[in-house]
Design a protein around this ligand. Structure first.
Ligand SMILES: Nc1ncnc2c1ncn2[C@@H]1O[C@H](COP(=O)(O)OP(=O)(O)OP(=O)(O)O)[C@@H](O)[C@H]1O
Length: 206
């Protein structure tokens, strides 16, 4: 998977959030989008996901040297983000079944494998509305990391996770990101220490 940004800019009303981003993202590489609160990290990630259009410039996507239209990009990506909600009326087992109606399971992981990874066997028939915020975050991460998509987008991946949860996140990343294109939005070093490329939003303010 390759994503090329050319002269990308986004504004809300009259305010430019960032301007003139020229950048390319490639499979097998991991990238951190960095910047202070409100700098535009999530806005850029949403543009990369195809959910938000740029106000200026072009974004192009290709997979195995074949171009992909922006409307089709969602089929190639998994995303975990604070603004994407889980269906809270579903039990954990139902959430897994539902999600993997639309996405392919990475390495043919079964529900049991995923519940074991989550260490949530005793909660598998509980509705998500009764999960703690940290438990919900772990579920979001499992759904994104364990789907077989070439593009993985993680926005503030360890929000609501304690120290043990952060270690768990790091193990998950080490286990399930090989050969994928990974983009993390963050301002916490432990979330993106594995990323080999850094994109600083502050470089694109003028
Ligand atoms: N739909 C919108 N309408 C107007 N302004 C918006 C909209 N979405 C985002 N913004 C503004 O764009 C700026 C960037 O927001 P964004 O959420 O991308 O920042 P961020 O770097 O991800 O922040 P944080 O680290 O706090 O998550 C902010 O000033 C925000 O108020």
């Amino acid at each position: 998977m390759q994503i090329i940004l050319e002269q990308i800019g986004r504004r809300f009303n009259r305010e430019w959030i960032f301007k003139k981003i020229d950048y390319s993202f490639k499979s097998g590489q991991s990238y951190a989008i960095l910047g202070i609160n409100g700098s535009g990290k999530s806005t850029l990630l949403q543009m990369i996901s195809g959910a938000l259009t740029p106000s200026a410039g072009t974004l192009s996507y290709s997979l195995n040297h074949k171009e992909i239209a922006v409307e089709q990009v969602f089929q190639q990506l998994s995303i975990a983000a604070p603004y994407l909600e889980l269906i809270e009326e579903f039990t954990l087992t139902e959430v897994l079944d539902f999600h993997f109606n639309f996405k392919t399971r990475l390495n043919n992981l079964t529900n049991k494998d995923l519940i074991d990874l989550l260490n949530m066997d005793s909660s598998k028939n509980k509705q998500l509305k009764h999960f703690s915020s940290g438990m919900k975050q772990r579920v979001k991460l499992i759904l994104a990391l364990c789907a077989d998509t070439p593009l993985l987008l993680l926005d503030e991946p360890t929000s609501n996770l304690d120290d043990q949860g952060i270690k768990w996140y790091k193990d998950l990343v080490a286990q399930f990101t090989a050969n994928r294109l990974v983009i993390v939005c963050s301002n916490q070093a432990h979330e993106y220490e594995f990323c080999t490329h850094h994109l600083l939003i502050s470089n694109y303010k003028n």
